[in-house]
Design a protein around this ligand. Structure first.
Ligand SMILES: NC(=O)c1ccc[n+]([C@@H]2O[C@H](COP(=O)([O-])OP(=O)(O)OC[C@H]3O[C@@H](n4cnc5c(N)ncnc54)[C@H](OP(=O)(O)O)[C@@H]3O)[C@@H](O)[C@H]2O)c1
Length: 298
């Protein structure tokens, strides 16, 4: 049964909620809480490899991209971040700030080791130049023993190919995917193609539904997103997040222009609902684990 409470025409197209039918730039979204498959999105026409992007999420919050996956599996997207006690990812200078302690670093390392790919926005690459590899030798060994590459793949969401060619994510420690748009200049594409697998999805800004469908087609199903705030907001907006882990550290960063956990345009209605799954004291802060209740952004 599709329940309807509201409809309006927005910049994103015709929207009929809560949480039924939605026609957006991404296509048609149908939500039905009374069936196991409660959300289906018929995405914009094609993903990079020419397959139709059709996504669905079941009642357990697992998403699968119907029509695209080569292996028929399920995608699970975990967003992980560390914030100050006032919810900032870093300072207004957008430089990396040490928020986590050792126990949280170890936890993040384990989460990476359990993932098929670690995803960041190009803003994070430019600000922090992260390597996004597994640091613990034993964890890398375990991955090898399980027949996996020592490190998960790395994914950069980067509309126009701004990732510097000497960025740490482009070294040969792991396969790297750069998700670009049609507007990425040919020169950048050629340079990046020497160091990364390129996924084209969207015209001006990376179409995350299509990009993630293409990633799933490559067998990348357990995705860990490590920021930053712009990308995290867009993923919630696209309904792609299953789980959110936030380490809240014992410091105040402040600043109205400092990045927060979810930046972007922000929601003004239909705020994504979270269910608290776990609370744990860690280092001198707290680790909050949330499950996304209804696919978000609907
Ligand atoms: N504390 C933590 O856990 C943590 C983790 C990561 C980062 N950080 C901090 O966060 C800051 C960087 O975050 P940020 O928000 O500026 O950058 P970001 O989220 O890493 O990257 C955002 C950029 O990605 C590109 N992009 C392409 N398609 C997009 C889409 N559909 N939605 C959103 N973005 C898209 C856009 O650049 P183009 O238009 O050029 O494509 C956009 O500006 C840094 O200060 C870093 O230190 C903190």
């Amino acid at each position: 049964m599709i329940t309807e409470h509201e409809s309006r025409i927005t910049d994103h197209g015709l929207r009929i909620t809560n949480h039924g039918l939605r026609i957006t730039n991404h296509g048609l979204q149908i939500t039905d809480y009374n069936s196991r498959v409660h959300c289906a999105t018929i995405g914009s026409p094609l993903v990079a490899d020419g397959s139709p992007a059709v996504a669905a999420a079941d009642g357990d919050g697992h998403r699968s991209f119907l029509g695209t996956p080569a292996r028929g599996g399920r995608m699970h997207v975990v967003v992980n971040a560390a914030t100050s006690a006032d919810g900032k990812l870093s300072s207004r200078r957008r430089e990396q700030v040490a928020i986590s302690g050792e126990a949280d670093f170890d936890r993040v390392d384990r989460l990476r080791a359990d993932s098929d790919a670690v995803v960041v926005g190009v803003g994070t690459v430019l600000a922090d130049d992260p390597h996004l590899t597994v640091k613990d030798d034993a964890l890398r060994e375990q991955r090898r023993d399980a027949g996996e590459p020592a490190n998960p793949a790395r994914v950069v969401v980067d509309s126009t190919g701004r990732t510097p060619l000497d960025a740490a994510v482009l070294d040969d420690a792991a396969t790297t995917y750069v998700c670009l748009t049609e507007s990425a200049p040919v020169e950048q594409r050629l340079d990046l193609a020497d160091r990364a697998e390129l996924v084209t999805a969207g015209d001006e800004r990376v179409d995350l539904l299509r990009a993630f469908a293409a990633l799933q087609n490559q067998g990348l199903e357990q995705l860990m997103v490590e920021g930053g705030g712009e990308l995290i907001f867009s993923l919630f907006d696209a309904g792609l997040v299953d789980e959110l882990s936030v380490f809240v550290g014992p410091t105040i960063i402040g600043g109205r222009d400092a990045p927060t956990l979810a930046d972007g345009d922000g929601f003004v209605a239909d705020f994504p609902a979270l269910e608290l799954a776990n609370v744990e004291r860690l280092d001198d802060g707290v680790l909050l684990t949330w499950r996304v209740a209804d696919g978000a952004g609907t």
